[in-house]
Design a protein around this ligand. Structure first.
Ligand SMILES: NC(=O)c1ccc[n+]([C@@H]2O[C@H](COP(=O)([O-])OP(=O)(O)OC[C@H]3O[C@@H](n4cnc5c(N)ncnc54)[C@H](O)[C@@H]3O)[C@@H](O)[C@H]2O)c1
Length: 291
């Protein structure tokens, strides 16, 4: 299975980072979104992030130019049909992902490996509704993709060994490190991380601490590089809530119930950095706690 061309669906926070690292590693990338604005913003973000890497001496100006030239964008999903590997990184909602696969499958060449960057949805279930469950895998990048070293590889029940090995080789070519996780809700990293974030929101909800004291406590008391609420804003509160709901439904254990305050922030459209406001307000020069 030679992989040279990669289709990325969804040009949000994760999609632009995935396009960035694949283009830099020499893959031809076709980036798709339903929003022309998201595609434009993604290309600008990739350019800016690559420029930062050039400034730090991590990437040469020639390699940056070559990477930018390898990224093409399209609003037409079916244009991705001839790529060797597809990475779905659209909104964390199963119906959205399902509709994408349904629309893409009739146009996809038989050898294409199909993957999802989902943070929590069952890979086996997503795979079972496609024509290629043996060539379907979870391909879970961490945010921000150009910086984070880990990629979780999640095999569905039907995923075959050549598909797993092909993705392992891709991870190596990207210069990243793979961790294999079994297909249970939220896999490894988010199974541990997101309930901790949810507990931090409960700590806020119950008035045990305010936003600043909770984040300071975990940074200085547990040596975390970022406080849990700051991290939640970074991930996106809608994504955090979606992951808690998947854990709650999938493991049927009340210890995973999402904090009502997390739900409230999402209802308000305060989704974190990407919407300008979450547990902090990012609209000024420095982030200001909202509670
Ligand atoms: N944010 C994180 O920290 C993180 C980390 C790892 C994995 N993920 C996963 O990555 C995926 C994307 O998350 P994100 O943070 O980039 O979200 P995001 O909201 O930043 O971006 C989602 C993008 O998908 C696009 N989209 C929606 N429907 C589409 C469709 N039908 N076809 C094409 N594009 C469509 C939207 O226009 C948007 O640009 C989710 O599955 C999420 O769970 C997120």
């Amino acid at each position: 299975m030679t992989i040279e061309t990669v289709g990325v669906i969804g040009a949000g926070q994760m999609g632009n980072g995935i396009a960035h690292v694949f283009a830099l590693a020499g893959y031809e990338v076709l980036l798709n979104d339903i929003s022309a604005e998201s595609l434009e913003k993604a290309v600008t973000t990739i350019d800016k992030n690559l420029e930062r890497q050039v400034g730090r001496g991590k990437v040469s100006a020639e390699d940056k130019a070559a990477a930018m030239a390898r990224i093409k964008t399209t609003l037409t999903l079916t244009d991705l049909g001839q790529t060797d590997l597809v990475i779905e990184a659209a909104t964390e909602r199963e119906t959205v992902k399902q509709q994408i696969f349904d629309a893409l499958l009739p146009h996809l060449k038989p050898t294409t490996i199909l993957t999802s960057n989902t943070s929590s949805i069952s890979i086996t279930r997503l795979a079972s509704r496609t024509d290629r469950p043996e060539k379907f895998m979870g391909f879970h990048f961490m945010n921000p993709v150009p910086v984070m070293q880990l990629v979780e590889l999640i095999r569905g029940i039907a995923t075959d060994q050549p598909t797993y090995e092909a993705l392992l080789a891709v991870v190596n070519k990207l210069g990243k490190t793979a961790a294999s996780a079994e297909d249970f809700p939220a896999f490894i990293v988010n199974r541990i991380l997101v309930p901790m974030i949810n507990e931090a929101v409960y700590t806020l909800y119950e008035g045990v601490g305010n936003v600043r004291s909770i984040d300071e406590s975990m940074k200085l008391g547990a040596n975390h590089p970022m406080g849990p609420l700051e991290l939640a804003d970074f991930i996106g509160l809608d994504t955090c809530l979606a992951i808690m709901n998947v854990l709650h439904d999938g493991l049927a254990d009340t210890k995973y119930r999402p904090c009502p305050l997390l739900t409230k922030y999402v209802e308000a459209g305060w989704l974190g950095r990407k919407s300008g406001r979450g547990f902090y307000d990012y609209r000024g020069d420095t982030p200001v706690p909202t509670r």
